[in-house]
Design a protein around this ligand. Sequence first.
Ligand code: SF4
Length: 267
Amino acid sequence: MAQLPLGGLAAPLAPSSAPSRRKARTREPARPAAEPAGDPEAAVRAKALLVHKRLCAEYHCPISYFHNLDPVSELVSSLLSHRTRNADSGAAFKRLRERFPTWEDVIEAPTAEVEEAIHGVRWPELKAPRIQEILAQVLARVGDLDLDFLAEMGVDRARAWLEELSGIGPKTSAAVLSFSRLRMPALPVDSHHHRVAQRLGLIGAKVAVGPSHTVLRAQLPGDWDAQTLYDNHEILMLHGQRVCHHRAPRCGACVVRDICPSADHVG
Ligand code: SF4
């Protein structure tokens, strides 16, 4: 089976309104008062909380969930969304569902028909066989195309189970648990989230998207619920989409500029 490149987890813009630029940008000290001197790990945890607080105010937490799919459907949706505009992956998912009423039908269909149904996404020729293969693996392991049992496993075990499927990494496993109707407290990290976290110094320049999941989750309180972790992912992603662009970030309009070591240094 051809290998699909792994990359950013696409997620749609949240339905919240555009952020107001009239807000005062600096309400807290640049260095949080609770930051223990000489403890870099505590300092980065304090900074992660301050970033969360500022961006939550900016993007109006709690952020609405954009899906309420069962976890198998969310898995397919996540696979389709890879490096694809949300509108295109959403349309492909809809066509796939209309053409094949059950996921079993997708497994049994000629791959060319699945590929035709998902046209419009990036790399449909790779995604079609991959979706069929992963659905077949789920069916073989579970005896059914139903992943609701993951809710009983806890986040760490559920993610490990999903990541045993071919080509499923931390982004997709976290997305399935967080975005689906399971609403489990997992933290996905997409390319926007990752870029903003790197520029803010929450993760090092050499920490790739995959390993960043563990690092960024460990900076946040262990008892945060699913909505709060979802908010954390969404606000960092939104900040990357709207302000901290890949090229030419708008540092002058950034509510975390005073605590960002990259401010005005990214070209
Ligand atoms: S100050 Fe600039 S580089 Fe830093 S997070 Fe804001 S937009 Fe990104």
